[in-house]
Design a protein around this ligand. Structure first.
Ligand code: FAD
Length: 319
């Protein structure tokens, strides 16, 4: 398997193609996912990111009428899907590993599983608050921030396992990616503070950054400039999400804390039907991608949300 950073270095300045997918919903099979990904393989994605979804709590009514709290994960299977995709398509995969919901020991076990599977890439994230919390609460015995998780992975990369000296321990060799926010992470008091914490993640061992989605390339260009001025010098991969419905005009800003450019909003509002909206979204993503590729970004990373048709149309124009 090849690490993301090696793919970037081997490309010698050529812009790569990659995608992010979501695991199928609990109860769905993997075949649908394979069918969605297959058409994208002709564009040669160098890696596929697989998101991680935390548990959610539901209340089930017991026979005696009392409510029982149960934990479910709506999209389980991140690690298994990574292994299955590599096996089926001979493509590198990047499982997302989050702090929320895990103790350090559970994280170590997950990393050992990945190491045994030959998966050498991870995207290290904090994760968001679960629905029943108003803000992110670290799991007792787990990590507060992505930087703490990176520290643990870097320790393992040096052969240092938790809690005890392991004789002749095998050092792992993970390539660590992290998230960056061209429009600032919503909890950060200001942009510079957020950038300082991003720098810390890189100093602790992150080798590249993947950005939150943005729809105005100037936000990415400004972000890269500010990173470089702050001496953050790793590759910064832009994340692109094609807009596909009118509802996303309000859903995307509220979930991802991003702005949508006035021209894009106007074009969507003028559409007569769903197909027209999809076309506006695809054309916008093509325009963004062409400009970013011209700027010389290391990779164009598409948030596919498990749907290949829009990404195929965009990739067909770029790669
Ligand atoms: P951190 O880097 O820990 O930052 C979180 C906040 O804390 C920021 O405001 C930061 O400024 C601040 N901060 C950081 N370090 C410190 C410190 N040491 N002291 C004080 N403050 C600090 N979520 C999922 O649940 N699953 C996924 O698969 C997933 N994939 C994602 C992929 C990408 C590319 C992106 C951009 C996001 C993804 N997310 C995912 C969402 C992510 O988990 C949330 O955005 C989360 O709120 C922050 O994660 P982070 O890793 O950026 O956190």
């Amino acid at each position: 398997m090849t690490k993301v950073i090696d793919h970037i270095n081997n490309a010698k300045g050529k812009t790569l193609f990659s995608i992010e997918i979501l695991p199928p919903r609990r109860g769905d099979g993997i075949k649908k996912l394979f069918n969605e990904i297959e058409p994208l393989m002709e564009f040669g994605p160098k890696f596929i990111d697989v998101t991680y979804h935390r548990e959610e709590f539901i209340y089930k009514k017991r026979e005696n009428g009392l409510l029982e709290k149960a934990s479910i994960r709506k999209r389980p299977g991140t690690v298994a899907i990574c292994a299955a995709l590599t096996n089926k398509f001979q493509v590198d995969t990047v499982p997302h590993i989050i702090c929320g919901g895990f103790t350090k020991e559970e994280t170590e076990n997950a990393l050992i599983d990945l190491n045994f599977l030959g998966i050498d890439n991870i995207l290290a994230l904090r994760g968001d608050a679960i629905k029943t919390e108003s803000r992110f609460e670290p799991t007792p015995g787990g990590h507060n921030y992505a930087s703490d998780l990176i520290k643990q992975v870097s320790e393992l990369n040096n052969g240092n396992y938790l809690n005890c000296e392991v004789e002749n321990s095998i050092a792992t060799d993970f390539c660590i990616g992290v998230a960056g926010y061209p429009e600032k992470h919503f909890e950060a008091p200001n942009f510079d503070t957020d950038l300082n914490y991003l720098k810390k993640k890189v100093e602790l061992g992150a080798e590249y950054i993947v950005t939150q989605m943005f729809f105005d390339n100037q936000k990415y260009f400004d972000f890269v400039k500010r990173c470089r001025e702050a001496d953050i010098n790793v590759p910064i991969i832009p994340g692109i999400k094609p807009l596909t419905s009118k509802g996303q005009l309000t859903v995307l800003p509220s979930i991802f804390h991003i702005d949508l450019p006035a021209d894009l909003v106007k074009a969507v509002m003028e559409c007569k039907n769903k197909e027209d909206i999809k076309k506006v979204g695809i054309d916008w993503a093509i325009m963004q991608s062409k400009e970013l590729a011209h700027f010389g970004v290391p990779c164009l990373h598409y948030y596919s949300m498990g749907k290949s048709d829009t990404i195929s149309k965009i990739a067909g124009e770029i790669f």
